[in-house]
Design a protein around this ligand. Structure first.
Ligand SMILES: [Zn+2]
Length: 239
């Protein structure tokens, strides 16, 4: 979600609730996807130079931790900025309701009539809602900003969730390197990565209501390209 969504322009609607719920699912799936693609590539990049299992293992773990925290800080900062912007806008609304309740009442009535509510009823609704300052603020925030003043997001939770999501994805191609005595760990890693990519791609397709198989294949293809390039680079540089 970009900050543009919250630009203070008349008529801008952000559909807070739907975006928050969808945002969580999307962030989760894409976090897993990021972790998977990043670490499949990183692991194969190192494996391409055949430096021994312990080096690959270390690189994979470092990739998991570094990537996870990078995702978490990015998520935290963007959510924090969003939240502060929203809270600023809500505060503007709160002050406006206190300072010029008449103008705000008329504004609310006009919003209702624009929505197709009959003028007399819209007027009564607006008068009733404006009587309770709390209810008035909630209604204005919802109608004008598309948010509930008490639900402007939880940056820390979002950060922790994206850290976990990334770590889950990054862990998958690392599994063969962590188990003792796995022969051909590179190929097992490729297999785990491919399987994980298919599951993540399928999930994206399912949530987006697009083809599950098509998205599974697309995700596997993208991961395969990224992994092949880093494998080649690792092979050439490491040789
Ligand atoms: Zn207002």
């Amino acid at each position: 979600m970009s900050l543009d969504h919250f630009a203070h322009e008349p008529g801008v609607h952000v559909e807070g609730h739907r975006q928050i719920a969808e945002g969580w699912v999307r962030a989760g799936i894409f976090g897993v996807s990021d972790g998977l693609v990043t670490n499949v590539s990183l692991i194969l990049g190192f494996a391409g130079a055949s430096p021994g299992a312990h080096v690959v293992r270390l690189a994979g773990l470092a990739g998991l931790v570094a990537g996870g925290f990078s995702m978490a800080t990015g998520e935290y900062l963007s959510m924090r900025a969003q939240k502060e912007l929203l809270e600023y806008e809500i505060d503007v609304e709160r002050r406006s309701i206190a300072a010029s309740p008449e103008a705000e009442r008329v504004e609310l009535r006009d919003i209702f009539t624009e929505r197709g509510i009959e003028e007399e009823l819209a007027d009564r609704l607006a008068r009733d809602l404006m009587r309770d300052p709390d209810l008035a603020l909630r209604t204005h925030a919802r109608e004008e900003l598309g948010v509930d003043p008490s639900a402007t997001g939880t940056p820390v939770l979002a950060a922790v969730a994206s850290l976990i999501a990334f770590a889950v994805g990054a862990f998958v191609p690392l599994i063969p390197w962590l188990l003792p005595g796995v022969a051909h760990a590179v190929w097992w890693s490729v297999a785990c990565g491919g399987f994980g990519a298919a599951v993540v791609g399928g999930a994206i397709g399912w949530f987006a209501k697009r083809g599950v198989v098509r998205w599974a294949l697309r995700q596997v293809g993208v991961a395969a390209v990224a992994a092949s390039v880093t494998f080649l680079v690792g092979h050439l540089v490491g040789a």
